[in-house]
Design a protein around this ligand. Structure first.
Ligand SMILES: Nc1ncnc2c1ncn2[C@@H]1O[C@H](COP(=O)(O)OP(=O)(O)OP(=O)(O)O)[C@@H](O)[C@H]1O
Ligand SMILES: [Mg+2]
Length: 365
């Protein structure tokens, strides 16, 4: 029997943080469900670290309240918050053994030597590094050190695990491995986790919920699918993946879609995000991966809508996929990413780009 999970295990209510004139976090309302992995995603300076530090007790909110399990923790000192933390730089103590590094979190708790030994060994096993307790941090690789940091964070059985860009110091392959490992570990332990990143792939691949932030505000929160497929605004659509934006005006309805006229006078059936009226100015968002490139002869039937004609002005092979830039008119360039075909299109080729109406999302301007 699974117990009812608390949908607001961690709650930020009207939280704001000012540093002098800088407002780092504004009117933040956010619920983190019990057992979930929630990522805070956004560009540098949008307030991600500040939000984590307030939860950890390293910063005091200027206003608003923070709750863990329904209990207001604004005035609770750091060591009584029962949080595990991992930061960008492994921050292991270089002159302490791995054992002492992991045991550090238990030091200020009333734990006997034998229980401590047991807990440290178990944490090392959990991160798949059993038996390294006697080594020094310098004798481990970067990825291993980061796993030790993870062991140190989970050894205390925290209520919440906080991770601030824990993978950014690792190279691409190792990152991918660690991302999956953290994801699996988090699910096995069922520990509520807040993960900070500015890497959209990281956020989309591991989260139950993604919180997209900009300038201290939440722009959108939802499942990875929701924020990606149903981006709430230009910023979110632009931040998550390769998006094309085309300005248009709403003309009417057709076949369950809206008909929009682009600035070059061509027509496009689009999938509206929200309510629109005839004459509204709007913006069409199309992901680079959601369009198909082809010569005239590649398409069985040319429709007069949802096809764009242009010339390839740039192409780059990315292994598995090819990225094309197709100039429709001076200054209007579409980015199209397609899987490699036998005869990839060349720079200078005249091509058509087809966009399915479902993938042409119409956003308010
Ligand atoms: N101690 C501080 N004193 C003054 N300003 C600060 C302080 N800490 C953060 N800020 C400012 O608050 C804003 C948010 O910073 P924060 O570190 O939370 O951003 P971030 O989203 O974590 O960025 P990054 O991705 O670069 O780590 C920034 O404008 C930053 O300059
Ligand atoms: Mg930061």
């Amino acid at each position: 029997m699974s117990q009812e999970k608390n949908p607001s295990f961690v709650r930020f209510q009207g939280v704001e943080k000012r540093f002098g004139k800088v407002v780092a976090v504004k009117e933040m309302d956010l619920d983190v469900p019990e057992g979930a992995l929630v990522t805070l995603l956004g560009p540098s300076g949008c307030g991600k670290t500040t939000l984590l530090r307030m939860l950890a007790g390293l910063e005091t909110p200027t206003r608003g309240d923070i709750f863990i399990k329904g209990k207001r923790i604004n005035d609770l000192p750091i060591h009584r918050r029962n949080l595990g933390m991992i930061f960008q730089n492994y921050a292991l103590f270089p002159h302490k053994t791995i054992f002492d590094n992991v045991a550090f979190g238990l030091k200020y708790r009333d734990v006997s030597k034998s229980i401590m030994k047991e807990k440290v060994e178990k944490a090392l096993e959990t991160v798949r590094l059993p038996g390294v307790g006697n080594r020094m941090p310098s004798q481990l690789s970067g990825g291993q050190q980061q796993r030790i940091a993870l062991a140190r964070a989970i050894v205390i059985e925290p209520d919440v695990l906080l991770m601030d860009e824990p993978l950014s110091a690792l190279d691409e392959n190792l990152r991918e491995d660690m991302r999956r490992e953290i994801d699996n570990l988090q699910q096995d332990l069922g520990v509520t986790t807040i993960f900070v990143t500015h890497d959209q792939r990281e956020a989309l691949s591991m989260s139950d919920k993604v919180v997209v932030m900009k300038d201290g505000f939440i722009q959108q929160e939802g499942t990875p699918e929701e924020v990606y497929n149903d981006s709430a605004n230009h910023f979110v659509a632009d931040f998550l993946g390769h998006s094309n934006f085309l300005k248009a005006a709403v003309e009417g309805e057709q076949d369950g879609y809206l008909k929009a006229r682009l600035d070059d006078d061509s027509l496009c059936l689009v999938n509206p995000a929200g309510e629109f009226s005839r004459g509204d100015r709007a913006e069409i968002v199309i992901r680079a991966q959601k369009m198909t490139l082809g010569y005239n002869s590649d398409f069985a039937r040319q429709e007069d809508m949802n096809y764009f004609f242009g010339r390839i002005v740039d192409r780059s092979y990315m292994g598995g996929e090819v990225s094309y830039f197709v100039e429709l008119s001076p200054g209007q360039v579409l980015h199209v990413i397609n899987f490699v075909k036998r005869a990839p299109y060349r720079r200078g080729d005249e091509v058509y780009v087809k966009a399915d109406p479902f993938h042409c999302r119409l956003l308010k301007e």
